[in-house]
Each structure stands twice: as C-alpha cells, then as structure tokens.
Write a new protein. Structure first.
Length: 185
C-alpha cells in the first residue's frame, strides 16, 4: 500500500479520529510502520481506552482497503487525501482539515475560485428553503460551485437548486463514506 492508501485505511479504522491520526502521523509521517507497530507500542502511543484500541487494531489488521477503493471507484466516489496535490489549498489552511475527502463530482471544481460551502438543517422550514433559493440563485448565475454534504434537508436542496439552474456542485461525504454509498448512487 502507498501512503495515500494507508491514510485512507487508517481513516476507516474505528477509534481513528482526527487527533488519533495526527498522533500517528507525528510519530510516523510516512506511515511505514502502520502495520508493524505492536499492541504495546500502540497502547503507549495512543491515549484511547483499551476497548477502543482493540477495535482500532482489529480494523487496522482486517479491513481490505483495496476492496473499499474499488467500490468507491465503481460508485464514482473520489478519495482525496491531504497529501494529494489536488487537495483544496484553502481547506488545508483551516484548523484540523479533514485527512481524507470523499466526494462525488468533478474534482477540478474544487480548485475553482468562486465556491460556497452550504451546511444546514436536515429539517428546514419553508422560510429556510426560500432563503436558500434567494441566496443561491444569484451565485449559481455567477458560476459559483456549490459544495455541500448530501444529507437530507438544506444540503440536498442546495444541490437540487444548483443543478436545476445548470450550476456545478460537489457532494462531500463525511468520514465513514463507505456506509453512505447506497444513499448517493
């Protein structure tokens, strides 16, 4: 496995949140010892309870990331890690940027200058939906790329409005995107 695949593998392990991955990356930036570090070394390195450590290690040594990557590819889901040149520059500048982005859409749109991230409630009011339309329509006409999750509510509606007006969108999936594949096909 290359470094990118190892990071995606790590990202799928239970107990491997942002801080856990940060600790691992600070100790082993190349992830070369990811599969050779023993239980005692992991326990010393990671400040997580033993039950979570056991789940993490079980996943670390049993998940088949290549199969997951093939399923993502078949579902037209892109995996972009913080190591990739295409990873959005501005996203790297935030506090705790995502280690891995899972998304559907044309990844070239992530580099477009005019983008807008839309995040909202899953149960919007009629006022919220009208406000969203009022805000989005002029931006879509100015060729803004609308970037949002694919959750029900405001997120999904932002994609529908944009696409109905001929605009461009990117659907970002949260960590654990593997579980969401059936919802977005």
């Amino acid at each position: 496995m290359n470094k990118k695949e190892k990071l995606i593998h790590l990202h799928h392990c239970r107990g491997a949140g942002w801080k856990t991955i940060q600790i691992i990356m600070s100790k082993d930036p190349s992830l070369s010892s990811l599969f050779t570090t023993n239980h005692a070394e992991w326990a010393k390195m990671l400040p997580i309870p033993s039950n979570k450590l056991n789940l993490f290690l079980k996943d670390l040594h049993s998940l088949n990331t290549i199969d997951k990557l093939n399923i993502y590819e078949d579902s037209q889901i892109h995996c972009l890690t913080i190591f990739d040149d295409e990873y959005p520059f501005l996203l790297k500048q935030i506090f705790d940027p995502p280690w891995v982005l899972y998304f559907k859409g044309d990844k070239r749109l992530l580099t477009r200058k005019n983008t807008l991230g839309v995040v909202g409630t899953r149960k919007p009011t009629s006022y919220g939906l009208e406000a969203l339309k009022t805000i989005l329509l002029p931006l879509v006409k100015k060729k803004f790329v609308i970037i949002s999750g694919v959750a029900a509510g405001i997120d999904a509606e932002s994609h529908k409005i944009t696409l109905s007006e001929g605009g461009d969108t990117i659907g970002i999936l949260g960590g654990g995107a593997y579980a969401n594949i059936s919802k977005i096909q």
